[in-house]
Design a protein around this ligand. Structure first.
Ligand code: CA
Length: 389
């Protein structure tokens, strides 16, 4: 089965309100879907991580750099294709945008492999280990408002997200360590023992500021502190993990097995958060997962983007072996963004309806059961939101 065409669909819309995290405010949502066509009529869909103009640059890599390398190649031989592309791009970027671009293509090839085999992705990988995945809802974004307004809003929003049925909730920080502790206290009061809460710093702290916030989180019984310091700061991660009770998590901005080998051997993460749409796709994710488990580091996938990314992650979470196993094993969770996202809620001909599932099941989401990713994007929807670049 030969690859006949690869198309990037970059979609964008203006959000109803501006949202922020510790690095910036943003007012548009972008999604980058990759469509791979074959001479047997099978079509696969993938997704590349990367918002805004990064998506436009990644589209160029997908269509102008990767496509010419693999046109006419056997679509089923996805591992051969992965290594062909990686080896040819190695001199031009072993991390970052070339890997994000390759990720979207690789995911589409796995979708094709599943469709060719007539099997859902989780079965093709060897699962399912579980048929429903607990979900956590993230929200509590930064806005251009006072600290007092943040404090009041975060408490209400944390309670509201748990009331939607989510098992846990995750907040942003980034106002500065002292104000951030006030936000964390507010969210702890909002969840009031009804569920876990986690804190995402998006790598805005120095190590000492991360200790200051982390010690408060130890007292507040937060479940994890995510990306406390810059991903390059391996010493900072290791010192924080050794010195705090709260779980230290991170890794969403790490790429491929070699990058992950370094951060796992560093012993700085309690929980690893690989991003399949960035680190190199499903082929590389499975190697990173094996590496993480070889270090006895549990994994909770980082999830961002459209319904294609959510479906991909549902299959991967379902196919994830238990670590270490048991009658009541430690479970990964599906990360779910509770802010406005039409690319997740309205893209598919048959929507995943995650919020409805979470409400009805008390926090669980089922795995799409069709072959491949088991989801079909609506081409009219894509046309309506597509950026012509
Ligand atoms: Ca994050």
């Amino acid at each position: 089965m030969k690859i006949t065409r690869i198309t990037s669909h970059v979609m964008q819309y203006d959000l109803p309100e501006e949202l922020g995290y510790s690095q910036q405010y943003y007012s548009r949502r972008t999604a980058h879907l990759v469509e791979v066509e074959t001479d047997e009529g099978l079509v696969g869909w993938g997704e590349c991580f990367g918002p805004g103009n990064v998506a436009i640059a990644n589209k160029t890599i997908v269509e102008k750099v990767i496509q010419p390398m693999i046109l006419g190649d056997d679509a089923i031989s996805r591992d051969v294709i992965w290594h062909k592309v990686y080896n040819l791009l190695r001199d031009h970027g072993q991390k970052g945008m070339p890997l994000q671009a390759l990720s979207g293509v690789d995911i589409a090839l796995w979708d094709i492999a599943g469709k060719a085999a007539g099997m859902p992705l989780c079965k093709l990988i060897g699962g399912p280990h579980s048929t429903r995945i607990p979900a956590y809802g993230y929200g509590m974004m930064l806005k251009r408002e006072s600290v007092e307004d943040h404090v009041a809003r975060f408490r209400d929003e944390a309670a509201a997200i748990l009331d939607m049925g989510f098992k846990a909730t995750k907040m942003k920080v980034g106002l500065g360590p002292k104000d951030d502790v006030r936000l964390c206290e507010s969210v702890a009061a909002g969840v009031a023992g009804k569920g876990r809460f986690m804190v995402d710093a998006n790598h805005c702290y120095t190590t000492s500021d991360a200790f200051y916030v982390g010690r408060a989180l130890d007292e507040l019984d937060a479940y994890w502190l995510e990306e406390p310091v810059a991903p390059e700061d391996l010493d900072g991660y290791r010192e924080l993990r050794a010195g705090l009770k709260v779980n230290i998590t991170g890794g969403e901005s790490e790429f491929n097995r070699w990058g992950w080998r370094t951060i796992l051997e560093n012993r700085g993460l309690d929980i690893a958060q690989p991003e399949v749409c960035a680190l190199g796709g499903i082929s590389e994710y499975l190697r990173v997962l094996a590496l993480a488990h070889a270090h006895f580091t549990p994994v909770v996938n980082h999830v961002w983007g459209s319904a294609i990314a959510v479906a991909t992650n549902l299959h991967l979470l379902s196919a994830m072996p238990p670590l270490p196993g048991g009658l009541n094993p430690w479970e990964p969770m599906l990360e779910f963004d509770t802010t406005h996202n039409s690319f997740r809620d309205d893209l598919l001909t048959k929507p995943l309806e995650i919020q409805r599932q979470v409400k009805e099941t008390g926090g669980y989401v089922s795995i799409p059961d069709g072959p491949g990713l088991g989801v079909e994007p609506d081409r009219d929807f894509i046309r309506n939101y597509r950026l012509d670049v």
